[in-house]
Design a protein around this ligand. Structure first.
Ligand code: SF4
Ligand code: SF4
Ligand code: SF4
Length: 507
């Protein structure tokens, strides 16, 4: 059989389908969050469509603004069901599916309940799958603009590891370009008082998490330890595996550790009141917006982190301010919360948190210098990676999972007694934060993710210090303020606990 896809008949059939889709699609493209990034817009342009043939009844749904991470605008949904595949097949969360019949059919949570009331983990994988503006992030740019105009406040910003290897894509830089210095320069031009690095807090996370790992291995208790820096994964665990909540490390994520230190140690150093500091995060992630809003992370009514914007939102802010990132001279992060090691940088890739922990655990356990810091067995794009790493005479069994259906598979094997590990890194997004829900859209081109990952490891290799415990500013932080990893004050500021929620959705 010969199938011809470019005959006039085939082209007219495609055009008719597009006409039908557009007959029930809002025509507010110029003001849509997806303007310029919409596959339907691109298709209409490619098919040379200049007017809509069919006019008729249009869908009218209320915007779902219920949660801090995602906005759902069902009027724009074209029923492609890519979000359902992402949520159900890739993530095994199963929040999104077809609801209703005929003209009333939409894709959403059961009974079209607000996303906030569902067991959604806000990973944003549905957002990056959606070809149109039906699923987008909660836009926090205006809050940040307002904060930047408050002259009586001290505004600091932190940038997550995966942001620096992706934001350049929004300014025509090749995928895989490391734009750290330009990112810092751009943020200083926007008017932040200090530009800091979440990688510093990633090093801090390793200090606390590795202390916990060694303690659990030594006592042979509560194993395996599960990493806890991904809020999407943590929420998934709270809903789906409440009986295993003794497993995740109690260490807060780097984002929250940063906020806690900024409003205590840094505030003291700068002679500022915590309430006079506004902490803004730039994250590759939508779930971090939800994490920052959790009640647990507002001790004494003061939030660790005040506003979270995604990589995409920061790119939009730069464009609004007329800042061409690719044209900027690189600048350095500020201190004392801006210096990081290679171990902090690799947090952005799947396997990076575990590798960073192994670098420190190997030296702390053996009390000898680690000759080769590269634990390549835990790198790569595979959804599940397993390795046995000899550390100071112990065969440490580790696993790395990215994507929640992979995490579910591994946890169910542990529950059945079929798998035994000492430590597992879990990231909600397939490939880790490089592929977070807030990163520039890749429209299915997975080679871009490979280039972002290569850039992360290149940035790690370029740094003189590649082990978290050797970061001089981290050493100073413990010497001046935190005493030692796992101390009482470290626990108060840097650790958290989890809530078994089953199908309850409270924060
Ligand atoms: S954010 Fe993640 S969990 Fe929530 S609906 Fe989208 S894919 Fe599902
Ligand atoms: S991916 Fe977007 S357009 Fe497609 S079904 Fe989901 S919400 Fe609708
Ligand atoms: S893997 Fe990273 S980007 Fe994705 S939800 Fe977790 S922290 Fe956010």
């Amino acid at each position: 059989m010969v199938v011809k896809t470019n005959t006039l008949r085939a082209i007219n059939a495609r055009r008719s389908i597009l006409d039908l889709i557009l007959s029930d699609h809002p025509k507010d493209c110029l003001t849509c969050e997806k303007n310029g990034d919409c596959e339907l817009q691109r298709l209409a342009s490619e098919m040379d469509l200049h007017h809509v043939l069919y006019e008729g009844k249009m869908s009218e749904y209320k915007l779902d603004l219920s949660c801090d991470a995602i906005v759902r605008d069902l009027d724009k949904c074209i029923m492609c069901r890519r979000c359902e595949t992402a949520c159900t097949d890739v993530q095994s969360v199963g929040v999104l599916s077809g609801v209703g019949r005929g003209f009333e059919a939409v894709v959403g949570p059961a009974d079209l309940m607000p996303l906030e009331d569902s067991i959604c983990v806000f990973c944003g994988q549905c957002v990056i799958a959606c070809p149109v503006g039906a699923l987008t992030e909660q836009n926090c740019r205006y809050k940040v603009w307002r904060a930047l105009n408050k002259k009586d406040k001290h505004i600091v910003v932190q940038t997550a590891p995966a942001v620096r290897v992706a934001i350049g894509e929004s300014f025509g830089m090749k995928p895989g370009t490391i734009a750290t210095g330009q990112l810092v320069a751009g943020l200083k031009m926007l008017g932040f008082d200090k530009v800091f690095d979440t990688d510093f807090a990633a090093d801090l996370t390793i200090m606390e998490e590795t202390t916990e790992l060694i303690d659990r291995i030594t006592r042979n208790e509560n194993l395996p330890i599960l990493t806890s820096c991904c809020p999407g994964w943590v929420k998934f665990m709270e809903h789906q595996f409440p009986e295993l909540l003794y497993m995740p490390s109690t260490a807060k994520s780097p984002q929250q550790m940063f906020g806690a230190i900024a409003k205590s140690y840094y505030a003291e150093k700068m002679d500022l009141k915590p309430e006079d500091i506004i902490v803004v995060s730039v994250m590759p992630c939508l779930s971090k917006k939800y994490e920052a809003s959790r009640e647990k992370f507002a001790p004494d009514g003061i939030r660790d982190v005040d506003n979270v914007i995604s990589t995409r939102e920061l790119a939009s802010m730069f464009k609004e301010a007329g800042i061409q990132l690719d044209k900027l001279e690189p600048q350095e992060y500020d201190n004392p919360l801006g210096e990081s090691t290679g171990a902090g940088v690799i947090f952005g890739a799947s396997g990076g948190v575990l590798e960073a922990a192994l670098r420190t655990a190997a030296e702390w356990l053996s009390k000898e210098e680690l000759k080769d810091v590269n634990f390549t067995a835990v790198r790569g794009p595979e959804g599940i990676k397993e390795a046995t790493v000899p550390v100071a005479g112990i065969d440490v069994k580790v696993a790395v999972c990215s994507g929640l259906s992979n995490a579910r598979w591994v946890l169910e094997r542990i529950q059945r007694g079929e798998a035994h590990y000492h430590a597992i890194e879990i990231m909600a997004c397939p490939g880790g934060c490089l592929n977070g829900g807030g990163q520039p859209y890749i429209h299915g081109d997975s080679s871009i993710l490979e280039k972002r990952a290569a850039a992360i490891y290149k940035a790690d290799e370029a740094l003189a210090i590649r082990k978290s415990h050797e970061n001089p500013h981290i050493k100073k932080l413990y010497a001046e303020f935190l005493e030692k990893p796992g101390s009482r004050i470290a626990h108060k500021l840097l650790h958290t606990n989890y809530t078994a929620r089953g199908h309850l959705c409270d924060k």
